[in-house]
Design a protein around this ligand. Structure first.
Ligand SMILES: *Cc1c(COP(=O)(O)O)cnc(C)c1O
Length: 431
């Protein structure tokens, strides 16, 4: 497989592998799914990444969705700098936490109380504890191919990072940690109903990615989310909506606002930190009141609510208005239309799937609706397209099973250049 990064990236990767497992601090970055050597970056600005060998790329990873304004946005930069001048951590309450909490509760439907943590993974850990404590039940229904962070109980059939490596489960997870996790097919409410009936009175919560973004981009079928809400009510089970990817991205109020879905508990991350490490969980007041110091569920963090992180998150959310989401939708639609035109011209069987600024291309004959159909897509072909795009200065997520993310710094001209690169890449791969 061709490797673009023969120079400094390759040197750094070699050294990194001697110091860090696989040379990376998060597995999908290692390019194992697409082959070749990962690229080391020096700098990012707007919609572009600049590697250590002096090459630039149009970026469609956007830090896995965390970057929405564009890289190195001045407003975020100023907020962080200003905060840093007043101290990097207090380990005590400060106004920045209240300001961000106000913005989050105002935007996200059903979030009456919010607790900040440092990652989506941490939010998942906490939210499960809350759901189990509030219901007095242990079992959790999760969907095949949905990812909720590297949490023991949820690393069953967990999508991209895990699925990419062909590990249905992670080693090192005690069987009892995942034993209470029931797996349902995505977009199949009937399967959820079966599981609820078979485990009557034992299920604490259903946890779902409202738009699935960790097995490529799979939108919810019409009625799927409503059916989950209905089933949760019927069986007195909590509905946990994982908005780590979709929150503040698919709309100001995330997927819950977009699909008029009423959650009991919500997980947040990525955009909420403006590129700094932030996660959050929240929901109905009566449920959140089980959390210490109000209630008996212990959850804590030395750096939770960190002043720099809160300032960055506040700056990001403050910069997003209705026009931002219209713009993201317009850019997404332009990219989708361009890619679909190329696909039609070339005559390849591929599906462009999109919700707002989240998009992916599956090499498949039918629309992809669940993990099984995502797995059946031609991942080897995607890997070739990935490298062909890379050569042409377009950085896609290094896996067929990841969503591409637009941000507000992408321009129409860059979208069009991307579509041209896609046409040339398909031509090269099919030659
Ligand atoms: C990224 C992600 C997580 C995990 O968040 P981290 O900050 O990486 O721990 C959880 N859920 C979803 C839907 C995600 O996309």
């Amino acid at each position: 497989m061709s490797t673009v990064s023969a120079g400094r990236s390759a040197e750094l990767f070699h050294e990194a592998c001697l110091l860090i497992p696989g040379g990376v601090n998060s597995p999908v970055r290692a390019f194992r799914a697409v082959g070749g050597t990962p690229i080391f970056f020096e700098r990012a600005e707007g919609a572009h990444l600049f590697d250590v060998d002096g090459k630039s790329y149009i970026d469609y990873v956007s830090s896995w969705g965390a970057i929405i304004l564009g890289h190195a946005d001045r407003r975020i930069h100023e907020a962080i700098t200003q905060a840093a001048l007043s101290g990097t951590s207090f380990g005590a309450p400060h106004e920045g936490e209240v300001r961000l909490a106000r913005e989050v509760t105002r935007r996200m439907p059903g979030v009456e109380r919010v607790r900040f943590v440092n990652s989506g993974t941490e939010a998942a850990l906490a939210v499960l504890r809350v759901a189990r404590a509030a219901t007095g039940r242990e079992k959790i229904i999760k969907f095949e191919g949905n990812y909720h962070g590297a949490v023991d109980a949820l690393l069953a059939k967990a999508g991209s990072g895990v699925a990419t490596f062909g590990l249905p489960d992670s080693a090192g997870v005690p069987p009892e940690a995942a034993a209470a996790t029931l797996i349902a097919r995505y977009n199949d409410a009937g399967h959820v109903q079966e599981l609820l009936k078979a485990n009557k009175g034992e299920v604490a919560a259903i946890i779902v990615e409202p738009v699935s973004g960790n097995m490529g981009l799979i939108p919810p079928d019409p009625g799927f989310l409503d059916a989950l809400r209905h089933l949760a009510d019927l069986h007195h089970v909590l509905l946990i909506v994982d908005e780590v990817m979709t929150g503040f991205r698919v709309s100001a109020g995330g997927a819950c606002a977009l699909y008029s879905l009423k959650p009991d508990l919500v997980m947040m991350g990525k955009v909420i930190g403006g590129g700094l490490p932030v996660g959050a969980y929240g929901g109905r007041q009566d449920l959140m009141d089980v959390v210490a110091p109000v209630g008996p569920v212990y959850q804590a963090g030395t750096l939770s609510g960190n002043p720099l992180a809160m300032a960055a998150g506040f700056a990001a959310l403050s910069a997003l208005d209705d026009g931002s989401y219209e713009r993201l939708e317009g850019l997404g639609a332009r990219l989708q239309a361009g890619l679909e035109e190329v696909i039609l011209e070339v005559g390849i069987a591929a599906q462009v799937q999109r919700v707002g600024s989240m998009i992916s291309v599956f090499i498949a004959t039918e629309p992809v609706r669940d993990f099984a159909s995502a797995q059946e897509s031609d991942k080897a072909f995607f890997s070739k397209v990935f490298h062909a795009m890379l050569t042409r200065g377009v950085y896609l997520p290094p896996s067929a099973l990841e969503a591409w993310f637009l941000n507000l710094a992408h321009t129409e001209a860059e979208i069009d250049r991307t579509v041209e690169a896609f046409a040339a890449s398909l031509g090269e791969v099919m030659a």
